[in-house]
Write a protein that binds this ligand. Structure first.
Ligand SMILES: NC(=O)c1ccc[n+]([C@@H]2O[C@H](COP(=O)([O-])OP(=O)(O)OC[C@H]3O[C@@H](n4cnc5c(N)ncnc54)[C@H](O)[C@@H]3O)[C@@H](O)[C@H]2O)c1
Length: 351
């Protein structure tokens, strides 16, 4: 079998920073053959740099290339569903960036197309591949946490508004920090909890700071363009009785500059993973409480590299990907329910 051929839709930050370098590392397995961006110079510039022959502005034309096996969808959220569905219908394997789509309705259409296609679909929740998370997941799967009945998903920034591209545009993105960074923490926490089915969601979302114009660690922006929430919170009860609490913000008057992480609390042990700090596990053994700090080992590459390599290996070896489309759809259902709960001032039941 020859090398798998890759086409990339959307040649912006995540394509250039994660997907393209991820595929370039795997030169013996894959080759990037086509780039597509609605801004032609973006695709042209990268194609010239990497000697990629085919450049498109319309992904439907790119999908007519029979030789393409793999599509990376790296566009803003509004194009995730249509581009992914078109790629699956054209017989391609797809990795779509997070969040899966703008809402659960679009994500459900993607799952439908995936099931019909017989191809692989996965979503860019690269944090699952973090070595600390994998170590923690092994402990949990070995039963060392007992029953996990409470967990926290945290993705908060004091001032960290991604003011480039379409991130402030509600129609194009579907939301603010909840769908941008909260989605990662939520997925990670659900993964560690064993992906329980969500049942009831009470949520709040606020726009109190960013729409007025505030200091921003990333770049200046015009507050008139700000259309999404700047903070969101959720309290999610699972069908198995467990509870998950979620906090996320791009702008909030919090003490830490930024926290990204997850905490899981079980009947036998608890753990805290906050990015940039050692993973900490607490458990009761030998009649005393032990707190162990597990330092990062085997950091073989970035989580993005591990994600892309895993996706390619799933195609080559016929394996199921770690991030399953149905799990990403559940994340979307919780996000939708948080926004719906804010509007209705009531708890939302997830069917
Ligand atoms: N996994 C992660 O941690 C992570 C990090 C950053 C961004 N992302 C996700 O990646 C996606 C893109 O984010 P980004 O930061 O790269 O944005 P970006 O604005 O830098 O790049 C998006 C690119 O897509 C192009 N585009 C828009 N519509 C298109 C279409 N219909 N067809 C082809 N190209 C199109 C734009 O012109 C732009 O070049 C978002 O969904 C974001 O949530 C994920």
């Amino acid at each position: 079998m020859g090398k798998l051929k890759v086409g990339i839709i959307g040649v912006g930050g995540i394509a250039k920073g994660a997907h393209i370098p991820g595929y370039l590392r795997l030169k013996d397995k894959v080759e990037i053959v086509a780039l597509c961006d609605i801004i032609p110079e973006r695709a042209q510039k990268k194609a010239a740099e990497l000697e990629i022959k085919h450049v498109f502005t319309d992904y439907n034309q790119m999908l007519e290339m029979d030789e393409i096996d793999i599509i990376s969808v790296c566009t803003p959220n509004y194009a995730h569903a249509p581009a992914t569905i078109a790629a699956l219908n054209a017989g391609k394997h797809v990795i779509c960036e997070k969040p899966m789509a703008r809402n659960a309705k679009e994500a459900a259409e993607m799952v439908k197309a995936y099931k019909k296609s017989g191809k692989i679909l996965t979503v860019g929740y690269q944090w699952r591949f973090d070595p600390d998370i994998q170590a923690l997941k092994s402990l949990i799967d070995n039963g060392e946490f007992g029953e996990i009945y409470f967990a926290k998903a945290i993705a908060t920034r004091r001032r960290g508004i991604p003011a480039w591209g379409d991130f402030l545009n509600l129609e194009k993105q579907g939301g603010g920090p909840l769908v941008d960074i909260g989605t990662h923490a939520l997925d990670l926490t659900l993964y560690l909890m064993g992906n329980p089915q969500p049942e009831t969601v009470l949520g709040s979302s606020y726009t109190k700071i960013a729409d007025k114009g505030c200091l921003n660690n990333f770049r200046d922006y015009d507050p008139k363009d700000y259309q999404v929430e700047d903070a969101a919170f959720g309290y999610i009860k699972m069908k198995n009785g467990a509870t998950l609490s979620l906090e996320t913000s791009w702008a909030m008057n919090i003490m830490d500059d930024e926290i990204f992480g997850t905490e899981v609390y079980g009947s036998l042990s608890g753990a805290r993973f906050h990015c940039g700090k050692p993973l900490t596990v607490v458990s009761e053994a030998h009649e005393r409480i032990n707190i162990n700090q597990i330092l990062r080992r085997d950091k073989i590459g970035s989580n993005y590299h591990a994600e892309i390599e895993h996706f390619v290996d799933c195609i080559l070896e016929g394996k199921e990907p770690l991030v399953k489309p149905e799990e990403a759809l559940n994340v979307m259902k919780i996000q939708d329910a948080i926004y719906a709960s804010q509007k209705t001032k009531a708890a939302i039941t997830i069917e």
